[in-house]
Structure formats: C-alpha cells, structure tokens
Ligand binder design. Structure first.
Ligand code: ZN
Length: 306
C-alpha cells in the first residue's frame, strides 16, 4: 500500500478508536433500589454504568424476578442492594437465575448496604406470625442521611477493590461526595430542629431511621403487622388510641397507597404527609440531595404552627 495513503487511513481511524474508549464503563453496577443506584453514580461517575432494578413507586419488598432483570444481573460486576432481608422475596431467585458467579452472596461483587450501618428494631425473637418481620432489623436504612455517608465509604472501597486501576479516581469522587454530603446533613439537621419530639403515625414501619435522626416519635402504625395492608378495624383502633396519645401527622412513602393515611388524616384531623422515601419518589427528590431536601421540607410544611 502507498505509505502516504496508509498514514491517512491511520489518521482517520485514530479519532474513532479514541472516542470509543470512554464509552466502555469499568464497572457494571446493578442496584436493587434507586438510592443505591444514585449513590453508585455519585461515587463512580463516568467509570460506572448503573442499572436500577426498581423505581421509587414500586414496593421494594415485592418485586418479580422478571427475565429482563435476570439478564441485567447476569451482566453485572457488582450488585448493590439494601440487604437486611429487604429483598429476601426476590433477590435470591434473581441471583441464582443470573448464573453470575461474581455477584453471589459472599463474593466481592455482592454489596449489601445494611451491613455498614447500625440496625434499629432488631427483634429479640423472630416470629413470622408477626408479619413481614425482618430478623436482621429494620431494613429501611436510607431514610437517615448519616447511614448514606457510611454506605458511601464502603461502596467506594468496594469499587476500588473490583477495579483497582481506577482506585484513585474512586477515592477522589468519594471525598468530593463526602464533603458535600456532610455539609448538607448539617443544613438538614438544623432546618429540621423544630420537628424534634413531634409524635407521628406511620403507615408502614419504614421510617425508624428517619425518626431516630430527627427525633420524631412514632406513636402508632397503620399496618396491623409489617407488610400487611391496614384493615378497617385496625384503623379504628389507631384512631381510638390517638385520643389518649395524639399525633401531629401521619407519614407514608411515595410507593404506598395513600388511602389509609388519608383516612386517618380526615378522621383524626391531622395532615397526611407523603415523603419520597427514595430518589424519584417525588418531583423534588431528583437525586440523593433532593431526597432529603424534599423530605425535610414536606415534614416542616405539615408541622402545626405555634
Ligand atoms: Zn419494610
């Protein structure tokens, strides 16, 4: 071949190869819930591609292990889930069917966020007749931003373990996130101070960590047992109980049917507050920062004025 012609071809081909490289993510992450998908994106930037199994309007306890999810789990380098038995009804099947050895429990490609925080509501004995009780404690850890900070440190370390070539990049992204996140926690905590001590009713036991963080007091739960839909008779009992132990608001997650909370709201004369619960649960909860901006704003807006 004419050497000049060859060098022209090389010149033409070079930019194409160069452009093709950055599109190849170093890590394929499969997140069970939107909050861990959002966190993986914060900590991985362009080095990761993230696929999220559920959206904010789905109940994360009850997902079908559909073929499309199995295919996504098959191609993952890392699965990032809550753990603490939240996904016990679907994730084990999904992992088994994926045939992906890298992401099985005990492997570095299997990350359970709840392993890195102190769990609340650990039952002294597990009795399944008490409903969908989680033996390893309340799994809804993402409602306290301090937990997100702990999980972020662990997840960034896991990225570096799985992809050591980019360890420095992951450390930088984590440091940047941690700095912005700690600042935001300070702001949210200060803004939410007037909520401290407020007695509230929950539709599902979904907010133990939120209440622990902000000092809210859960005086009743609309589900008769965790995961069991509120019944008319149980709602009446809660309404009766509130006469002696009044509450200031009833709180439910965006994925839940609002009717039980709305019923209590109209009968007890207290506001029903929808909180996003995860990224995407409300228009304001566009990312992890928005999740807590909006949660705090909604609780403050429902607070009775002195
Ligand atoms: Zn639950």
């Amino acid at each position: 071949m004419n050497p000049r012609f060859h060098s022209i071809l090389t010149l033409l081909a070079a930019p194409i190869l160069f452009l093709a490289l950055p599109a190849q993510a170093a890590l394929h992450v499969f997140a069970c819930e939107p909050e861990w998908g959002a966190l993986a994106q914060e900590l991985g930037g362009k080095l990761v591609d993230v696929s999220v199994a559920t959206n904010a309007l789905q109940d994360p306890h009850q997902i079908q292990a559909k073929p499309s999810l199995i295919v996504r789990a098959r191609n993952a380098d890392l699965i990032a889930c809550t753990g603490a038995e939240l996904e016990i009804g679907w994730l084990p099947v999904l992992l088994q069917q994926s045939g992906n050895a890298k992401v099985q429990p005990g492997q570095p490609g299997n990350f359970a966020a709840a392993d890195y925080v102190r769990k609340l509501e650990i039952p002294s004995q597990v009795d399944r007749s008490q409903g969908d009780v989680h033996a390893s404690g309340n799994p809804h850890i993402q409602t306290d931003p301090r937990n997100i900070a702990l999980v972020a440190t662990a997840l960034a370390a896991r990225f570096a373990q799985l992809d050591p070539t980019h360890a420095d990049d992951y450390a930088k992204l984590q440091a940047s996130f941690a700095q912005r996140w700690l600042q935001a926690i300070g702001r949210w905590t200060a803004e939410a101070a007037p909520l401290r001590g407020t007695p509230v009713v929950s539709q599902h036991k979904a907010f133990a960590y939120l209440y622990n963080w902000l000092g809210l007091k859960e005086v009743a739960v609309l589900e008769p047992k965790p995961g069991v839909e509120p019944t008319a008779s149980h709602l009446q009992e809660v309404l009766e109980a509130l006469k002696n132990t009044p509450a200031k608001m009833v709180i439910y997650a965006a994925y839940q049917d609002p009717r039980p909370s709305e019923w209590l709201s109209s009968h007890a004369g207290i506001p029903a507050v929808k909180v996003p619960f995860t990224v995407g649960g409300t228009d304001g909860a566009k990312d992890l920062f928005g999740l807590f901006d909006d949660t705090v704003a909604r609780l403050l807006a429902a607070r009775p004025r002195p």
